[in-house]
Design a binder for this molecule. Structure first.
Ligand code: SIN
Length: 285
């Protein structure tokens, strides 16, 4: 085995050194990477020089890939990308048309696509162009957030479900074809357990999706908002988080079943181009 696993020292995240993702992974390295991923939730591989085929081959070590999701104001299908599995995240506009999704604004804390019944278990993001500052991506450990919840909050969410709104993106834009939500009890989306058990590690993690238009089933709207605000204030504390400052050639994989993430805004006059894949997941339980 050639790889080294270097934990960030924060609540989650580790850098993997000694692997070239443009070449096939040995069985031993693959196994060590999967173990490191289970242990650290987010893995960073620096200095990679890979194309979309390599990104897909690497991503498939973790599971079956999804076709890229529908985006905000454009649909993913309208992105001009080399493979249906690739989703471009970018602020670059060419010929009057964005080449990718999410633009240059802040993306609020979220879990990818928790608004579908079977959300992707993981996302892989590879950086091709980055701005001189800003656009950092932060992650928070939802096992720790759950373990450290005050008992009264733990009791309030025991066995409870929440609706995860599908109308808005993490940068606060209405998705193509969606209407503004006037009553969170009627928001479109998927209903999931608020605490899920990770199918590989057996750990229990808080599963909240995103705050915007979320609703705890069976509660009055005020009570649901109060509970969600308390949970979000807890799980986004700095002690559960780690922030990644991008370099060109960085690749990150994160586990959507036990982490949330957010992205800082950046100067829209600079270019940020990232290619992403998503690995199929199952219904949170
Ligand atoms: C995302 O929220 O998936 C995008 C993260 C990023 O652009 O860094």
């Amino acid at each position: 085995m050639t790889i080294k696993v270097i934990p960030t020292g924060a609540a989650l995240g580790a850098e993997i050194q000694g692997v070239d993702l443009s070449a096939p992974l040995s069985a031993d390295d693959r196994e060590a990477i999967l173990q490191a991923w289970a242990d650290h939730i987010v893995l960073l591989f620096r200095g990679q020089s890979i194309n979309d085929d390599d990104l897909i081959v690497f991503s498939r070590h973790f599971g079956e890939l999804e076709i890229a999701p529908a985006s905000a104001t454009d649909m993913a299908g309208s992105q001009e990308k080399s493979r249906p599995e690739i989703w471009i995240i970018s602020n670059v506009v060419e010929g009057g048309k964005p080449i990718g999704a999410l633009g240059d604004k802040e993306a609020e804390w979220h879990t990818d696509m928790s608004y579908v019944d079977e959300p992707p278990m993981a996302s892989v993001l590879y950086s091709l162009e980055i701005p001189s500052k800003g656009g950092d991506t932060s992650f928070a450990n939802m096992y720790r957030a759950y373990e450290t919840l005050p008992d009264d909050l733990k009791q309030q969410i025991e066995g409870r479900m929440a609706n995860h709104d599908s109308s808005m993106t993490s940068v606060g834009e209405l998705r193509a074809g969606a209407s503004a939500v006037l009553d969170v009890r009627e928001a479109p989306g998927a209903k999931h357990a608020m605490v899920r058990t990770h199918p590989v590690t057996g750990g229990k993690a808080l599963y909240l999706g995103r705050r915007m238009n979320a609703y705890v089933l069976g509660e009055a709207v005020d009570a649901s908002d109060r509970l969600l605000d308390a949970l979000w204030a807890h799980c986004t504390k700095p002690e559960f988080a780690w922030t990644h400052k991008w370099q060109v050639g960085d690749l990150l994989i994160w586990d959507n079943r036990c982490a949330i993430h957010r992205r800082d805004a950046f100067n829209g006059k600079e270019r940020r181009v990232m290619h992403r894949t998503q690995i199929k997941g199952d219904r949170p339980r």
